[in-house]
Every structure is written in structure tokens, then in C-alpha cells.
Unconditional design. Sequence first.
Length: 261
Amino acid sequence: MRETDLADELFGQPGKTALPAGVRVATARQGGVTITRVEISREGLARPRGRYVTLEVPSVSLLDERDSAVIEAAAAELRPLLPPEGPVLVLGVGNRRVTADALGPRTVQKVFVTMGPRTAPVPGIRPVAAVAPGVSAATGLSLQQLAGALVRELRPAALLCVDSLCSAEPERLSRTLQFSDTGLHPAQPDHSRHLDAARLGVPVLAAGIPTLMQAEEGRDLVVTPRDLDGVIAHGAALLGAAINRALQPKLSVAQLCWLVG
């Protein structure tokens, strides 16, 4: 099997293989969205213990922050993974200069930021900060170093990482959103982007959309959607809107879109 960041590709394939002990999978249909929830209750499996949710939608290149039904469905799945209160830091992981890897940096541009040095708390509005730290080649610092410094300074209740994902199935490219409460764990075990609660001392969530797939010809070749620019632009807007709605449930999708501009 090709490498994948999607838990339901590993455990949610009915009839293909029996589920290992400690894994539960449930699938539901909500309007035009198929929701698969994977819960892993023990260590030692292909993914860390925790909760994973995937939402299969029409191609995100056809959607954006105006598609309230998809946004509401995504926000409803993300919200229970978050701590009920406290500030949240949204981290846009990736390289904004490489299109397939630019989902994280582009998404944080769509996040409703409510924290600031001179910003007084507003009742009913959750404190949120958002940053795209860049890549180590440009900063000279690893993602772990940058994330650790930000967490120590801001002391958020949770860190939400947004990153481009890898899929094993071509039909999942640009058509799937995944949320998890297990940290940022790329498919490669030695990847430098690993971030989790054990390392940072706060809950670490991850959100993303698969934008690439390992080619059959070998590990050094990847496949991306044909309309990659549209996938990143619309996917970032859609994901940003879902994050905003999950973090600010007292504001409507329309209000959040107006505030973000």
C-alpha cells in the first residue's frame, strides 16, 4: 500500500481486512458528506492512539467558504476534538512556495485571529492566534523548535496544526478533510514535522486535505490533482472557515467570512 496520512484508508476499508483489536470505525452520511470516525484505543498500531475523522466531499476546488453545509458538518466534527475553552494557536505547516505543500500557510490567512498585544478579551469570542512558521531551510529552525517556542510564550489550551496530507487512493485527493486529536504525525516515521502533546505539553490537533499521492513508479515521484492551484486556494478557504466556525460557535459562517474578509 502507498503511504497515507488518512486513518480511514488504513482501518476503514470494509471487507478488505479485519479491524485490529482496539480500533473502532463508524461511517455516517450527512447530506452530501460521508463522515468516517476512527477511534484507536491502544498503542502499537499504524497510527497513534486517539480519534480521527474524515469527511468525503465534492472536490474542494468546487467549494469555498460560502458552502455552509460542508463547513457546518466539518466544524461539528472538529469542535469535540478541541478543549472546550481557552486560547488556541493555529499553526500553518508547510512551504508556501511549493503549491502542494502550501495548504497550511494559505489556511492561516483565513483564520479569524482574535489575539493581540493590545486586544482586550471579548465575551463569547475565543482567543485565537495563527502563524505560518515557514520551513527550516528559510528560518534555520526546526518546526519542533518554533512550535515549542510559540507554545511556551502563548501557553494555549491547544495547538491546531494544518498541513497538506498524503493519500493512498487517487479518488481521495482533494476530496477529503481529516481532523485528529493525536498530533501531527506524517506517514513517514522519521519525518521532521512530528508534533504531539508529549513533545509540547499541550493537546495537539491536526487538520488537512490530501494534496499528493505516492506514484506507482517509486517513492521519489508523487501525483497531485490536476487543478492543484484551485484545490489549495479553495481548500484553504473551506478549511479556514470550518476552523473558524468550530472555534467561534456563537458567530455564523456568514459573520465569520465577513470578519475574515
